[in-house]
Design a protein around this ligand. Structure first.
Ligand code: NAP
Length: 262
């Protein structure tokens, strides 16, 4: 299926590695102009070198998504570089896993700034440009926590739902010019998993990396963690005109692990 993304402009937040990088890769393969982002400029330029075929269609803009001015500048630089903006993938690194009583106010505020306000700010800045094109679209990377509570994961369990509520609101307020959807991943094989395994060992939840990994992905009916490329393909489809009648939806991509009837 031709996703009809050739020549479109996409901004993928948090895409120097992991799931965001997989989205950037699929979009570039489909012929889109892609802006990748992350804080670490060195890692970002390695990613751009890997994804770009020397056409200059993939560029990197280092920016910390918790900085409002940096988010606005990221959108402006995208538009200046490629002459417009058609698609945005909202994504940022996940919050720490901790029991509720170990999370103080500062940690709640920081997580809100990172997970929620980064999306608010990028969509606000991008909307005039998304409306200018033939079919603007936004996809937010959230988590299976929007469907099912995960132990010791209060920040994600609570704040990811704000994104689903926001996206659902935006799907109505920005229609018909802009479609807005979300994806809710289960376990995917990215560096994030190593961090989660380390955190659970530090907290004493498991006594070996093997046990932590088994708990993380062992219950998946499809019997494996996801390949980030599988998520990249879903996100590219949702962004594309081929999903032109899909908006306000949150799509699970989790190998069947989430125990929720819909
Ligand atoms: N992997 C999974 O199994 C899984 C499952 C469910 C949900 N998720 C969620 O999906 C999202 C992506 O996961 P992932 O596994 O791809 O994570 P990851 O491997 O840790 O990658 C996160 C990306 O975001 C960038 N980033 C982090 N904080 C940033 C900031 N403040 N400003 C700009 N860029 C920032 C990172 O680059 P820099 O560090 O250089 O900034 C990196 O490119 C996370 O929110 C995660 O919680 C992941």
């Amino acid at each position: 299926m031709d996703l009809e993304l050739d020549g479109n402009v996409a901004l993928v937040m948090g895409s120097s590695r992991g799931l965001g990088k997989a989205c950037a890769r699929t979009l570039a393969e489909e012929g889109a102009h892609v802006v990748c982002n992350g804080r670490d400029a060195e890692r970002l330029s390695e990613t751009v070198a890997e994804l770009d075929d020397e056409s200059g269609d993939v560029v990197g803009v280092a920016a910390d998504l918790t900085d409002p001015d940096a988010v606005a500048a990221l959108v402006e630089e995208t538009v200046e570089t490629f002459g417009g903006l058609d698609h945005v993938v909202t994504n940022v690194g996940g919050p720490a896993t901790r029991p509720f009583l170990d999370i103080d106010d500062a940690a709640w505020v920081a997580a809100y700034e990172r997970l929620v306000l980064s999306v608010v700010r990028v969509v606000r800045a991008a909307t005039p440009h998304l409306r200018d094109g033939d079919g603007g679209s936004v996809v937010s990377i959230t988590s299976r926590t929007v469907w099912e509570t995960i132990e010791n994961y209060a920040l994600s369990n609570a704040l990811r739902l704000a994104i689903v509520g926001l996206d659902s609101t935006l799907a109505r307020e920005l229609a018909p010019a802009v479609r807005v959807n979300a994806v809710a991943p289960g376990p995917f094989d990215t560096g994030r998993i190593d961090t989660l395994v380390e955190e659970s060992l530090d907290a004493g939840t498991f006594d070996s990396p093997e046990a932590a990994r088994e708990a993380w992905a062992g219950d998946v009916p499809l019997d494996r963690p996801g390949d980030p490329a599988e998520l990249g393909d879903l996100v590219a489809y949702l962004l594309s005109p081929r999903a032109g009648y899909v908006t306000g939806e949150t799509v699970r991509i989790d190998g069947g692990v989430t125990r929720a009837p819909r």
